[in-house]
Design a protein around this ligand. Structure first.
Ligand SMILES: Nc1ncnc2c1ncn2[C@@H]1O[C@H](COP(=O)(O)OP(=O)(O)OP(=O)(O)O)[C@@H](O)[C@H]1O
Ligand SMILES: [Mg+2]
Length: 396
């Protein structure tokens, strides 16, 4: 909404919630069911006949399929709904990568109804076990041996059997994907596609090791400190992944690991980076990632001038255990660390803190800017050290 306001673009919010952001949109809202994209596209098309729309932008994993379906209906530039569906299914992603000749970790589907003891003796270790349809690290676990494999199946099974998730997952909630674990540094990138042409917007290093058994996103620092040749190879791998999946239009958020010096795709989503992380990015003379995406959607110029050259980063506040959020201590001290530009605790006090693999919500975000990526990382680490997350034990 801030980006639209800055650009003078009028927005109609389509949401599963009734009258979402009504005040910010002067009452222009539309209630749509994300789980029924065709029906929702009908509603959007009816709206468009009265008040024509110039673009439909999905803002997260749940809405990108609907945005693509509705854009297709209205004849607006779009990704094919099949490509979006493939990007949202971690197994389909791997199949299309393989078909396109891209390197992938070995992968196989294991059903909850399979003989898990036998499966646990068949797979290669270490492996990563994950549902194909979730995000934010939910249900993703590493196993080093058959005992951990069986324990992970049990734990992830409890997550995907929750009614809301099993409804969302449908048939996909009946199995898990088991992949070879790829050791290596992890990076993520933001890209923008026009008619299949890929443009790299930002490449983030993730300086905190992510080695399991659960995988929590924490620190992102840009620009990357990797050698130029590796950065080029990362962009090429991301571009190849877009082509393999058939993603041709709009923003992409791509996650990769540098395994034995070679970038390997972890996954690709046809949206921008999650949470508030995009606040760490500024393009040209202060343009936000969302402004760039909206400019692109309505065909404005998307070359916002020279980059500032400054480094920046974000720390998604790490959650060490679960409990009820009572207080975040040391906020003033953290905010005063040189280079820190913002600290936002997004989880309301009194809410449940639930780290992955069970949880998928974020506690808060710490942002930094400095002359160099190393300066950004140092500022984030110093400020992180000043924060104390105070939790109460859950009631039961
Ligand atoms: N094959 C693999 N080898 C090594 N690490 C992996 C592998 N698959 C997943 N991971 C780790 O688990 C994390 C989460 O996995 P993945 O991206 O597939 O799930 P996700 O739930 O979509 O996560 P998010 O939404 O946070 O990106 C990855 O960022 C990576 O650190
Ligand atoms: Mg991921």
């Amino acid at each position: 909404m801030d980006a639209a306001f800055a650009l003078g673009i009028q927005v109609v919010i389509g949401s599963e919630k009734e009258r979402a952001l009504e005040a910010e949109t002067s009452g222009k809202t539309l209630t749509v069911n994300y789980l029924k994209p065709d029906q929702a596209a009908d509603r959007i098309a009816a709206f468009d006949r009265r008040w024509p729309l110039d673009a439909i932008v999905g803002t997260d994993d749940e809405t990108v399929l609907l945005a693509a379906t509705a854009s297709m209906r209205l004849g607006l530039p779009h990704n094919s709904p099949q490509a979006i569906a493939a990007s949202r299914d971690k197994e389909r992603t791997r199949e299309l990568q393989r078909k396109a000749g891209m390197g992938t970790p070995g992968f196989r589907r294991v059903l909850f109804d399979d003989d898990l003891e036998t499966a646990s003796l068949d797979v290669r270790y270490p492996c990563v076990i994950k549902p194909v349809f979730l995000s934010a690290g939910r249900g993703v676990m590493k196993a080093d041996n058959p005992e951990q494999f069986l324990a992970a199946f049990d734990r992830i099974g409890k997550i995907v059997r929750r009614p809301a998730l099993s409804r969302r997952g449908g048939k996909s909630a009946k199995y898990l994907l088991v992949e070879d674990y790829l050791p290596g540094d992890e990076v993520s990138l933001e890209g923008l596609l026009t008619d299949g042409r890929f443009r790299l917007l930002a490449l983030f290093d993730k300086p905190e090791p992510m080695e399991g058994p659960a995988f929590q996103e924490t620190m992102f620092v840009t620009p990357s400190r990797l050698p130029a040749g590796v950065q080029d190879a990362i962009a090429a791998e991301a571009e190849a992944a877009c082509a393999a999946l058939g993603i041709t239009h709009g923003p992409v958020h791509v996650e990769l690991r540098i395994h034995n010096g070679v970038p390997r795709l972890l996954e690709l989503a046809a949206r921008t980076i999650g949470g508030l992380c995009s606040r760490s990015l500024r393009f040209g003379t202060g343009c936000s990632l969302e402004e760039l995406v909206l400019r692109h959607a309505v065909n404005f110029d998307t070359r916002p001038g020279d980059e500032s050259g400054e480094a920046s980063g974000v720390l998604m506040l790490p959650m060490e255990r679960s409990g009820i959020l009572k207080e975040v201590r040391g906020r003033a001290e953290a905010e005063q660390v040189p280079g820190i530009t913002e600290l936002t605790v997004t989880l309301p006090l009194g809410s449940d803190v639930v780290p992955p693999p069970e949880g998928n919500s974020y506690l808060g975000f710490l942002f930094a800017r400095a002359d160099t990526p190393a300066g950004v990382e140092a500022a984030l680490r110093t400020a992180w050290g000043k924060l104390e997350i105070v939790l109460a034990e859950p009631a039961c």
